[in-house]
Design a protein around this ligand. Sequence first.
Ligand code: FE2
Length: 285
Amino acid sequence: MTSRSIRQLVHALAITEGAGVTVHRTIGTPRVRHLDPFLMLDHFASNDPDDYIAGFPDHPHRGFITLTYMLDGHMEHRDSMGNRGDLRAGGIQWMKAASGVIHSEMPQQTNGLMRGFQLWINLPAYEKMSDPQYQEFSAERIPVVKLDGARVKIISGEFAGQRGPIHDPHTAIQYFDISLAPETAFTHRLDGSATAFLYLFEGSLQTGGTAVETHALAVLGSGNEIAVSAGPKGARFILLSGRPLHEPIVQYGPFVMNTEPEIRQAFDDYRHNRLVRIRAQTVSK
Ligand code: FE2
């Protein structure tokens, strides 16, 4: 086993998105433009309604998947496929925008804590113009494994014989929310060819002799295992890995394609009301 050390540590940038929502972005910034197959990671965490109340009114996406994980709070999702989602604490939402979706994500609370993550996962070229899909899972549907001072919530991938509800055949995403008791050590096998990172959002930890602070992204180097130890107050972090696509990425805002002409086509389709091709898909609850 070769433990992966930290290749790059990135502190989040505060960015204003949607109609004026503050998010903390790590992937999708000048320091980490992309982390193939991951295109963006936003962490939203605020007690101040001014940071989130405006929400994300109708906006388009094409060419990738959005995966939202709510830690605290309540958001309503509506999209051009006809889905109406109710995203509450501990729940996840997976939306394959593919050929085109227009959706809104609006807070259903006027005060209190709103906290979670939105991750963008790229699609391979042959999937970018496929039909969109939507899935939503409430907290009770997401397995949690407790083991030697660790609590692992499995959003995608497999841990200790349990599988998370999200299956991604193209990039084989593993997505865990891991809580460690103070001074607890944690190891996990990772596919040696997968891109992997962790994002610490509570407490402190060390991996490969490097300390990671709260709200930092640690991009992991090569190896087939991660070994982490929590600090004196414990640690909570998300651990992600995925198979890189090794394809050209051309991104313009909410459209992520392989070439410039495809981006121009996306803008043209959006302007002429042709972005959305599919208006009814199944919803699984
Ligand atoms: Fe969106």
